[in-house]
Design a protein around this ligand. Structure first.
Ligand SMILES: C[S@@+](CC[C@H](N)C(=O)[O-])C[C@H]1O[C@@H](n2cnc3c(N)ncnc32)[C@H](O)[C@@H]1O
Length: 356
């Protein structure tokens, strides 16, 4: 539904396909979605096979302009020369670093070029995913939402595991382009950082090509363009501390889940003023308070039986795991090791009044 109408509290208006400009096997590559509200008619482009369904579409396009218009077929030598010229701190540089970090963790395990005996093996995200799921997988009766999917490995894995429809959403257009590339071609290509401005180009073959159950959209997890109670499973790995309003993120998860469905949330609570203002952090400050500034305590107190004034009343804490490893590779001499808190949450069948 239209995120602009939702934001302005005008009601739920579905989007319709306004134009299809390029279409391939996997779907619409270029096109325009239009809000059906005659008073809105906001246009949402589909670019490189990625529907961009965010409330402030102009701001998104402005922010993502570099990723949207950049060429991605330079030879490795020209790519490295451009990298040297644009220098550290440039958009080019931060995109390469981000692709390097998440590319390695999501697909590095499929790269035959990765040394077997490396101390920091890729794939910590797969470890977190397996900690998230029960031993016995029950079929789900509706779509699955992978929130903050980045380059998309967890979306492909969820589709395999549940044999169901999975939508991966993120706001980083370059990461979504890389995920869609896997969907289109089965190939994941990324620059793996060595040091400074030096990178190796990695080309990894996967068997995720044309998975008909997976799609990737650009959406804001703080204003999800979906009606209530639509999804049967939600996954939010390492996202809570990256959004500007973690509480709203939890409310949105609660809203879009079907009653009785599960959401998994993991976070290293790596609060950072650039991503989220201090007053919105869940813990990480006010250590004089009852929760002593402990983020896990504050988060726990928000669910179901908690008496927190802002309790998210319809999400019940089912299980939690502490200190799970999540490793983020910076370059070949630097890794960041996080200790992650993971929670399994269930949307209650009997809805508590007051909050959705
Ligand atoms: C720390 S990364 C984690 C990625 C992935 N889940 C993983 O664990 O490897 C957080 C991701 O959330 C995305 N993100 C941040 N804020 C978002 C928002 N408001 N809506 C959608 N995605 C967002 C970022 O672009 C990034 O890809």
């Amino acid at each position: 539904m239209c995120p602009q109408c939702k934001k302005n509290e005008l009601g739920e208006y579905p989007l319709e396909i306004g134009s299809v400009l390029t279409e391939k096997e996997i779907g619409i590559i270029e096109g325009i979605l239009i809000c059906t509200n005659p008073g809105c008619r906001c246009e949402y482009p589909i670019i490189d096979g990625i529907p961009i369904i965010v409330a402030d579409i102009r701001e998104f396009i402005r922010q993502s302009a570099y990723s949207i218009v950049k060429r991605n077929n330079f030879s490795e030598k020209i790519e490295s020369l451009l990298g040297d010229c644009m220098g550290p701190g440039s958009m080019h540089d931060s995109i390469r670093q981000y692709l390097s970090t998440y590319g390695y963790d999501h697909y590095g395990d499929l790269d035959p070029g990765e040394p077997e005996d490396s101390e920091e093996k890729p794939g910590s995200i797969l470890g977190l995913l397996s900690e998230s799921l029960p031993k016995k997988i029950e079929p789900v009766d509706g779509p699955i939402l992978d929130l903050g999917c980045s380059v998309g490995r967890t979306s492909f894995e969820l589709s395999r595991i549940f044999n169901g429809m999975v939508l991966g959403i993120d706001l980083n257009f370059t990461m979504l382009q890389a995920a869609v590339q896997v969907l289109k071609t089965g190939i994941f290509t990324y620059p793996k950082r060595k040091l400074g401005l030096t990178y190796d180009r990695k080309i990894i073959k996967t068997d995720f090509m044309e998975d008909k159950n997976v799609d990737f959209w650009a959406c804001d997890v703080l204003n999800l363009p979906f009606s209530d109670a639509l999804f049967s499973f939600g996954l939010s790995l390492n996202l809570l501390d990256c959004v500007s309003d973690p509480y709203l993120h939890l409310q949105e998860i609660q809203r879009i889940l079907k009653p009785g469905s599960t959401a998994i949330l993991s976070t290293p609570y790596d609060w950072n003023q650039n991503a989220c203002p201090v007053e919105n952090w869940l813990g990480g400050h006010s250590q004089r308070s009852q929760a002593k500034g402990k983020s896990e305590r504050v988060l726990r107190s928000l669910f179901a039986k908690g008496d927190h004034p802002h309790a998210i009343k319809n999400l019940e804490l089912m299980f939690e795991k502490q200190n799970l490893p999540w490793t983020v590779r910076v370059h070949h001499r630097s890794y960041m090791k996080y200790s992650v808190h993971l929670m399994g949450l269930k949307k209650m069948r009997q809805q508590n009044k007051g909050k959705i």
